[in-house]
Design a protein around this ligand. Structure first.
Ligand code: MN
Length: 276
């Protein structure tokens, strides 16, 4: 069984399978500060900071595999001037430390291929497998082969918890979310999406082992997040249900466990609604 560990107090996971160690981070959104520049707010490039934070984590955790779980860059389809310069440098340095580096594509990663060194493996949004863990960004469906995994890991949501204090202040903290996942419902959703008849036989043939889903916080800590404990009134589904997996009904997000980056267990999403 693959061991899944938080790399406290960082928005990163370490997967261990025998002698293989996979360091996982997601939602870097390199070049995000360009949006501020457009509004007249000039912030120096944050990419060197993000790169140095990742290099430090690599030194600390000594991974054999580096897995970047989508939304590596910020501009969705085009490539900005800043990205042309910074992203190749970013990957060259990471790749020098961890020769086995892969980039799983997210919804912001249009034209990323042209920016990566040839030695970095590009994985489509349908995801990759490390031991018994399936990894995909979360904006699109995973490949059916990921149903054989015990755990799934995604990003995309940038989960945070919102806390209102009695003074009226509202703070948010980045969190890891660990949700129970009904593998059978997930398998049916994926198969029906593929146009397969979900008769009993087919479902058995595609028997799903998935029992838990991890949603990772964004590695870029300057970004805002989505408060998963926010109570939304008058809406059928809160917008925490982003991405097809969360909408498929295979997991009830209210039952999910919430952890701060330092590993502190806060409770379930349902319990934390009282704080929002
Ligand atoms: Mn995304």
């Amino acid at each position: 069984m693959t061991k899944i560990q938080l790399v406290q107090p960082h928005p990163a996971l370490l997967l261990q399978q025998n002698s293989d160690r996979g360091l996982v981070v997601c939602d870097l959104h390199l070049g995000w500060e360009r949006l501020l520049t457009k509004k007249g707010v000039h912030v120096p490039s944050q990419t060197p900071k993000i790169k140095n934070a990742l290099l430090k984590l690599i030194k600390q955790t000594k991974p054999t595999h580096m897995i970047i779980l989508g939304d590596i860059k910020d501009a969705i389809t085009n490539v900005s001037m800043q990205e042309w310069k910074e992203i190749p440098e970013f990957f060259e340095e990471i790749n020098k430390q961890v020769p086995n580096t892969e980039a799983i594509l997210g919804n912001h990663d249009g034209n990323l291929e042209s920016l990566l060194p040839k030695t970095v493996k590009i994985v489509p949004p349908t995801g990759a497998i490390f031991g018994d863990v399936g990894l995909f960004h979360g904006h699109a469906w995973p490949a059916p082969k990921l149903l054989g995994c015990k755990s799934l890991v995604t990003g995309h949501v940038h989960p945070t918890v919102a806390i209102h204090d009695p003074m009226g202040l509202r703070i948010t903290k980045q969190v890891f979310v660990k949700a129970p996942c009904n593998g059978e419902i997930l398998a049916k959703a994926i198969l029906s999406r593929l146009g397969t008849k979900t008769e009993a036989d087919t479902s058995r043939a595609f028997k799903s082992n998935v029992s838990q889903l991890f949603i990772m916080p964004s590695f870029n800590q300057f970004l805002g997040g989505r408060a998963i404990n926010e109570r939304k009134r008058g809406r059928k589904k809160p917008d925490t249900y982003i991405g097809p997996i969360l909408r498929s009904g295979c997991t009830n997000i209210d039952d999910a466990e919430v952890y701060l980056l330092d590993g502190t267990f806060l409770g379930t999403v349902d319990q934390l609604k009282a704080l929002s």
